[in-house]
Design a protein around this ligand. Structure first.
Ligand code: FES
Length: 150
């Protein structure tokens, strides 16, 4: 075999190996998603928010008066009672950089002391720098029990 023929054959073989390898790596697989290793479990599904508080009990008594609010740090929800006695609830973390919000009853809005973002009672951005709305939750009051839910 001459040197030129040898180089041609080796080059062709190397190119075939590269192309075959790429086709295997780039092709879609019809096989199911891999299972977690034995002894591990999938993370539990995220539960929808649904809880009830008694507004006459600590630490929720601030909700007994119009204009009061309470931040539930377990669920990251701020619950407020407007001056017209409506209960409202939104995510308590600013969508800009996760600073905990306050409720400003006189202006009926949520305020972030981080950089001054303002949110409406439904969680819509009124003033940035936050660009994303807060998640809003539903509320129902039965007696002194306030349910907050999705
Ligand atoms: S963290 Fe709320 S405006 Fe920046």
């Amino acid at each position: 075999m001459e040197r030129k023929d040898f180089i041609e054959q080796v080059g062709l073989s190397a190119a075939s190996i590269l192309i075959f390898g790429c086709m295997q790596g780039c092709s879609k697989s019809d096989s199911p998603a891999p299972k977690p290793p034995t002894g591990t479990t999938n993370p539990p599904p995220v539960k929808a928010i649904d809880f009830t508080i008694n507004i006459t009990n600590n630490p929720y008594t601030s909700l007994n008066a119009a204009g009061g609010f309470y931040v539930d740090k377990t669920n990251n929800i701020i619950i407020a009672r407007t001056l017209t006695n409506e209960f409202i609830a939104v995510s308590s973390l600013c969508t800009h950089q996760q600073v905990t919000l306050d409720y400003q009853a006189n202006n009926n809005r949520f305020y972030c002391s981080g950089h001054g973002s303002l949110f409406s009672t439904t969680g819509a951005v009124l003033t940035g720098p936050a660009a994303t709305a807060l998640k809003q939750y539903k509320t129902t009051l039965t007696g002194n029990n306030l349910r907050i839910f999705e």
